[in-house]
Design a binder for this molecule. Structure first.
Ligand code: GLY
Length: 406
């Protein structure tokens, strides 16, 4: 880790402070510590090829190699991969490395999402009516991205609906899915403001969400299964690791917004505490191509992030956070730095509290109680997991469903 995360350091016999993207340093450290098994969390080292490097050095590794990780790290590649294998779920899209053709396609679609093809920590996608005012604004943003020279832009038909996440363990063939989760990307209460990595999330005891049916969940899962099957034709050994599908339920059915090659943040904090099966056994099953079955306890979860004041526009770094009595909430540290026993904010999300209970109301109450135990300056979204916000989403989907049947 690049900063000393007290949650991680307290679990460790030893740790290295270095950027996760410095894969040579991480590889040398893994060899020095004679590591048996590495599980790769974030996407940036996957993009650099950390799995390929560690495996070359004899460290067994859960996570896709550089080639397979393109399913997340290269959004243009991911859409073309889906098209090549006739995988359902993509909206109308085009991939452009020059402005004129991109602008013409924006005019043709009229209502669009503009995505950089490269990694942006979840903050790169902008849609019209949200972060982009109109067609001219969409063209301006697409042009700016192309001027960066980092790769093509993906222009997609704007999708309207409610988002949900499915995360799964994959051993190259078999896929074991976890409960659906809904993340909240917008920075401010009421689902407004700039996009963030995710301000909080919730899941329900039945593994579904109040606005999706079993068959809609299965539709999303089927898209993930098709991708895993197709990956066997693209890369040797197929896709091994964690696969994350970000879906949106629209009036035309379930569509895939994007794949990630890892657990979601915050969504991992909803599902992993519910996992009843042995985690290390699952990791070994991924490596051996013998993924065991997995079970999750049937509980509700609500996760809320505390973030630096001003995040994500002008986050206030180095503010002190003190952890007091957080009741029954679980606590997970993220972008913080511990120096001389004090915890300082970084520029990204600081720490999350998770409530787990038999129903969502109690889970939300536990998470709120957790937030009250954190002292210091931070922002958060109190509305996540509240019945008021969930009901709003259900009503929105009812409206969208009524368009389906018209
Ligand atoms: N929650 C979105 C992500 O992990 O990318």
């Amino acid at each position: 880790m690049s900063n000393k995360n007290p949650g991680i350091s307290r679990l460790c016999k030893d740790f290295l402070l270095a950027p996760e993207t410095d894969i040579e340093k991480v590889g040398a450290y893994a060899a020095r510590c004679r590591i048996d098994l590495a599980i790769i969390g974030p996407e940036a080292p996957l993009e650099r090829g950390i799995v390929d490097l560690l495996e070359e050095r004899g460290v067994r590794c859960v996570g896709p190699g550089k080639e397979a990780a393109r399913i997340e790290t290269d959004k243009a590649w991911a859409r073309e991969f889906m098209q090549r294998h006739s995988i359902r779920g993509s909206p109308a899209f085009g991939i452009f490395d020059e402005k004129r053709a991109a602008f013409e396609f924006i005019d043709e679609l009229g209502d669009v999402a503009v995505k950089p093809s490269w990694l942006t920590g979840g903050k790169g996608v902008r849609t019209m009516g949200d972060q982009l005012e109109d067609v001219d604004d969409a063209k301006r943003y697409a042009g700016e991205l192309l001027d960066e020279g980092k790769g093509p832009v993906v222009i997609e038909e704007k999708l309207i609906g409610e988002e949900f996440t499915i995360q799964a363990f994959v051993d190259g063939n078999t896929i074991r899915e976890s409960p659906a989760v809904q993340d909240h990307k917008r920075a401010y209460e009421g689902d407004v403001g700039p996009n963030t990595g995710g301000m909080g999330s919730y899941s329900c005891p039945d593994g579904l969400l109040p606005f999706i049916t079993r068959s809609e969940y299965e539709e999303g899962l089927a898209i993930m299964k098709e991708a895993v099957r197709a990956m066997r034709e693209e890369v040797e050994g197929g896709y091994r690791g964690i696969l994350y599908g970000q879906f949106i339920l629209t009036s035309a059915g379930v569509r895939l917004l994007e794949f990630n090659a890892r657990f979601g943040d915050p969504e991992a904090m909803n599902v992993l505490p519910l996992l009843e099966s042995d985690f290390v056994g699952i990791m070994e099953g991924i490596l051996d191509g013998k993924l065991p079955s997995t079970t999750y306890s049937r509980m509700a979860t609500v996760c809320k992030y505390a973030v630096p004041k001003g995040y994500p526009v002008s986050p206030k770094k180095n503010a002190i956070l003190r952890i007091g009595d957080i009741g029954d909430a679980k606590l997970f540290f993220a972008s913080v730095n511990e120096v001389d026993g004090k915890i300082y904010t970084g520029t990204s999300r600081s720490l999350a509290v998770v409530g787990i209970a038999e129903d969502i109301t109690d889970a939300e109450r536990i998470a709120e109680r957790g937030l009250r135990g954190i002292e210091g300056e931070f922002d958060c979204r109190h509305d996540i997991g509240t019945l008021e916000l969930i009901r709003k989403k259900v009503r929105r989907i009812e409206k969208i469903r009524s368009l389906q049947t018209e």
